[in-house]
Design a protein around this ligand. Sequence first.
Ligand code: KG4
Length: 334
Amino acid sequence: MKDFYILAIESSCDETACAIVKNGKEVVSSVVSSQIDVHSRFGGVVPEIASRMHIENISPVLLNCLKEANMSVEDVDAIAVTYGPGLVGCLHVGVQAAKSLAWYYNKPLVPVHHLAGHIYANALVDELQYPLLALVVSGGNSELVLLKEEFDFEILGSTQDDAVGEAYDKVARVVGMPYPGGVAIDKMSKLGKEHYKLPKVHTEEELDFSFSGLKSSVLQLKAREEKAGRELNHEDLAYAFQHTVVDQLMDRVKKAFEIYHPKHVVLAGGVAANSLLRQRMTEEFGNRDDVKVTLPPMSCCTDNAAMIGVIGTVAYNHGVRGSLDLGCDPSLEL
Ligand code: KG4
């Protein structure tokens, strides 16, 4: 069978990325230009700056990607692009680039969902089996997704308020760490011990998440310690926060597992890089005969276009095509 090459473009938040993926599995080239250094000065992503930087970066990133693959756009069979969810001005840049290339080179355009890309990043390291349960955790999303079969997404639970990565970033600010705070809190928690207690969160729906109350509890704890004239121990706080968050995530994953009996459990999104979450997922599902667990490679936890190439190929095979009047959808649902 003839090899199938897809050019993928991702620009939904603060990474401009292009990749070429062969047969939906093999990354031929992948280039990511991150804006983290710029946004960290402001304590979070500034949408207006992000979209301007995408405009500056998209052409060099595309050219580098083609150069790395030693290919031209003429050589690819289709062009995939993230068209939502994300920041509207950012998504527009990728979508416009993809549409221009699809029009000029007369290639099929394949619009894809950003979170579907994060889930399918796992296909780069493992054969996916269905039914598949995915815990999607990032700076903008916290979702439990069931795929009864390939390319069939059902949301089982989502956050009622903040996304888990957002909660990490906000707590990091409390202890004076720069954006993005997840990495710092994860590291710091390993130096801490069980000392502070943060409340367990209850949600009306058993598979939903909630993180804003936890963030308020951290602020209250800080105020309480200051009032009592004690210095807040940042390492112990990071330890308490990390364990409370991961306990909540694992509680929902285990409940969903008991209800739906998936054959495969995967992690996805930026927070999938979290060391405790990776450890607990492996402990829970790693030694069982009835299910397998896959953790995405660290390079696919942050935004990238390789994962868009994988889901783009799956979507193409399922007949998904975009027309040249494709727009982006900042709150696109799975
Ligand atoms: O998927 P992503 O790049 O952004 C979105 O598309 O939303 O995820 C970024 C988020 C940030 O909130 C960051 O703090 C968090 O992922 N993050 C982590 C870790 N590494 C990144 N959170 C917890 N532990 C980590 N090791």
